[in-house]
Ligand binder design. Structure first.
Ligand code: ADP
Length: 383
């Protein structure tokens, strides 16, 4: 007969027998768990000691092949529109008035000539993961505009002189287009900080170049919109803060928005939740950002798959039936998940307990003190 072997090590993951759709969920969860660990120690990207990764696309813009290179910074994922962004109803009203109505109903704006100007420089600020980048994508999609994404944390690490040149090229390219364009500067605080003695020559020159384009009258006459996002607006140089015609606060999702984001993530996964389940989940996720919620749902829905992967299997004496079992079961013969025919691998349904477990595994990235800081800033700057 077959010799008894050690039970399958519960930390040994075998994904070869898992349906591709579930494999993605599982791998995503592992990634999220790892990311959460690093986020716990460094939730905000505002530390001067933080050494940014180079913005690959931005640093390698090539003058000779300018058009293709700048074009490569365009984000092409246009599936999202404003309706797809959960909650944020006040923000959406401002966006409608600021960006969309002047294009769709120009006659309204002509009723008060000179008083209402097209907004071409706008700052989105708020805690990380609340949908600022998503809003930029949605605005671009509503305006049918090209969206150029610049990660400011990365551009400072380009060679000296290269970042300024690339800023110039990007603006000139966008200004030369006949269609609307949005240039989105993510984490603008990493470049446009308040002046300090420690400021490098590189950063100073880059700021000057940016300011030049922000103030360029051609921008007002063009179809170019400059959108910027930051998680720490109080660190911005006041010279830049003044240049934005709109400062829009993007807050944490409220209860209804949390439900919408969770439901979006569960869409198509066949998870059924009762009213009481929702009540508990929404109570426990108060203070979660949109990206916390995304991570949390990935962890919850992966629980049944993790159980399958980590279970110990045994083979019946007839050699045919293989089942998960307790490692101490008397007649357990070693079998692996790879021995189980795929059609016999059944994942149980996702239940409330999986969500409650995932809540514990998802640290909130935003603290109450930070919210207070944003509220204080909002009082000064929301226009
Ligand atoms: P930010 O730019 O504010 O840091 P993102 O726009 O990158 O945040 O959001 C991160 C992720 O969180 C998004 O890809 C999306 O999955 C989710 N998310 C955040 N806010 C929302 C929202 N209001 N509606 C839907 N999803 C959201």
């Amino acid at each position: 007969g077959s010799s008894r072997k050690l039970p399958l090590n519960s930390t040994q993951h075998q994904t070869s027998n898992i349906e591709p759709k579930f494999k993605n969920v599982y791998q995503q969860t592992e990634h999220v768990l790892q990311r959460n660990v690093s986020q716990q120690t460094f939730p905000y990207h505002c530390n001067e000691d933080n050494c940014p990764e180079p913005d690959e696309q931005f640093c390698h813009l090539d003058v000779k092949r300018r058009k293709t290179s700048v074009e490569s910074m365009k984000l092409t994922n246009r599936k999202i529109n404003l309706k797809g962004v959960a909650g944020l109803s006040d923000v959406k009203i401002v966006i409608q008035e600021t960006f969309l109505l002047p294009l769709t109903h120009p006659h309204l704006y002509k009723l008060f000539p000179g008083t209402v100007k097209r907004c071409c420089r706008c700052l989105l600020y708020g805690p990380p993961g609340t949908g600022k980048t998503l809003l930029a994508q949605a605005i671009a999609s509503e305006l049918e505009a090209g969206l150029y994404y610049v990660s400011c944390a990365g551009i400072l690490s380009c060679y000296v002189g290269e970042s300024e040149k690339n800023v110039r090229e990007l603006f000139e390219h966008a200004l030369g287009q006949t269609n609307p364009s949005i240039i989105f500067f993510d984490e603008i605080d990493s470049v446009c900080r308040k002046r300090t003695d420690k400021e490098s020559e590189h950063s100073r020159r880059l700021k000057t170049e940016l300011l030049k384009y922000f103030e360029n009258p051609a921008l007002e006459e063009s179809h170019v919109y400059v959108l910027s996002a930051t998680n720490c607006p109080w660190d911005l140089d006041p010279a830049f803060l003044r240049r934005f015609q709109r400062h829009i606060y993007v807050p944490l999702p409220d209860r209804e928005a949390r439900q919408q984001i969770i439901a979006q993530r569960l869409n198509g996964l066949g998870v059924l939740l009762s009213e009481e389940d929702w009540y508990q989940i929404l109570n426990h996720t108060e203070g979660f950002s949109g990206s916390d919620l995304t991570n949390f749902v990935s962890i919850a829905v992966a629980q049944p798959i993790r159980e399958i992967l980590r279970a110990t299997y045994w083979r019946c004496p007839d050699g045919e039936h293989i089942m998960p079992c307790d490692p101490s079961a008397p007649d357990a013969f070693h079998a692996t998940l790879n021995d189980v025919p795929p059609e016999k691998v059944k994942a149980r349904s996702v239940v409330l307990n999986d969500f409650l477990y995932a809540i514990q595994e998802t640290p909130k990235t935003v603290t109450d003190e930070h919210i207070q800081q944003f509220e204080n800033f909002k009082k000064l700057f929301t226009r």
